[in-house]
Write a protein that binds this ligand. Structure first.
Ligand code: ATP
Length: 330
């Protein structure tokens, strides 16, 4: 439905490459996430889909038609900004109605649609409130209602949950997922939070330094990362030089922290490395054990519950099953 076709974006007389040959497709009704560290180009790509920026190279296709140089208001695409961008001098109803008035909807249709979207975000009692008298979570729901009001086909969300505290963020994650399911719209979200991306997305594009490194479902990206960067960025992966466990070639193996067990007696026939414990951090449901093995290579294990009989400075075997290894070549 939405095609990103070899899209590139350069700024400053072509010296800064914000986006380099991005290529993937987003389906109808998909929750798609652009994930990557600060400066990787994800906001630039979102702004290109919205029409606030135009690509230097490539095309943005909607149902096969190139919309890459159309202005934002001509696209069936709407954006919810990180700052919410609500008007402080207007009440909730007026905030939501504003965009529909710009699109010259009839007053009766606007009234009906505002009531509908307020129901959708479960805020019907707030229609007459000023947005300045509302909490961050409430403002967020109103910003969502406003973005959904003109019935876009694609809703773009720029770090939608970053301004909320942890508890509210978790609640709003479920809310976003519910809204996407109920409206059957395509959501494209930008985030640097890998946990949020894994929890919400049907598919994720992992980006770094202007490049799209891998596109896949959360399960694919987690279990079968294509590069060391992806393995490291998604979840907590250990990257161990293959030579350390007697494997030939200059490759790296990636093992998830929760796949590693730690024991003070030598491990059995499973793969293992010896390491010196450098930190033990109790996290509630589990404990993070950090250590250094030969060549000062760091290794981390996340084990269930509290740990007894192990202290910083102890020598221990970090062991895992061959089946939980993943071999990486870049
Ligand atoms: P963040 O998470 O910090 O918002 P991001 O992944 O969204 O980062 P972008 O904002 O897309 O990254 O920026 C990608 C690169 O392009 C950065 O190096 C940035 O400095 C540069 N850049 C973005 N917009 C412009 C601009 N208008 N002029 C010049 N350089 C820009």
């Amino acid at each position: 439905m939405l095609g990103i076709d070899h899209v590139g974006k350069r700024f400053g007389d072509g010296q800064i490459t914000a986006l380099d040959d991005a290529k993937f497709e987003i389906s109808d009704n998909e929750f798609f996430t652009l994930l990557g560290p600060s400066g990787c180009g994800k906001t630039t790509l979102l702004r290109i889909i919205a029409g606030f920026e135009h690509p230097t190279e490539g095309r943005v296709l909607l149902d096969g038609r190139d919309i890459g140089h159309e202005p934002p208001f001509k696209r069936p695409v709407n954006t919810m900004f990180q700052s919410y961008a609500l008007f402080p001098h207007l009440n909730v109803r007026q905030n939501i109605a504003y965009g529909l008035e710009m699109l010259r909807w009839k007053p009766a249709d606007i009234r009906r649609r505002v009531d509908e979207v307020l129901d959708l975000v479960q805020m019907p009692a707030f229609a007459d409130r000023r947005t300045t008298q509302m909490s961050g979570g409430q403002q967020q729901r109103i910003a969502l209602a406003r973005a959904l009001a003109p019935r876009p086909r694609v809703l773009l969300l720029d770090e939608p949950l970053s301004a909320l505290d942890l508890k509210l963020r978790k609640a709003m994650q479920s809310e976003l997922k519910r809204l996407q399911r109920e409206t059957s719209l395509t959501f494209v979200m930008v985030t640097h939070d890998q946990e949020e991306a894994l929890a919400l997305s049907d598919r994720i594009a992992v980006m770094n330094k202007g490049k799209v490194l891998q596109v896949g479902t959360p399960e694919e990206i987690y279990a079968r990362p294509k590069t060391c960067f992806v393995a490291d960025f998604i979840g907590e992966a250990n990257l161990i030089p293959a030579g350390l466990v007697g494997l030939a070639g200059g490759k790296t193996i990636s093992i998830r922290t929760e796949q590693i067990s730690v024991r003070t007696r030598p491990a059995d026939e499973r793969r293992s490395v010896e390491a010196i414990v450098t930190a033990l951090t109790f996290l509630g449901a589990d404990t993070l054990i950090e250590a250094r093995c030969a060549g000062d290579v760091p290794i981390k294990a996340r084990v269930r519950g509290a740990v007894s009989g192990l202290s910083v400075g102890d020598r221990a075997d970090f062991a895992w099953d061959h089946s939980s290894e993943w071999l990486l070549s870049e």
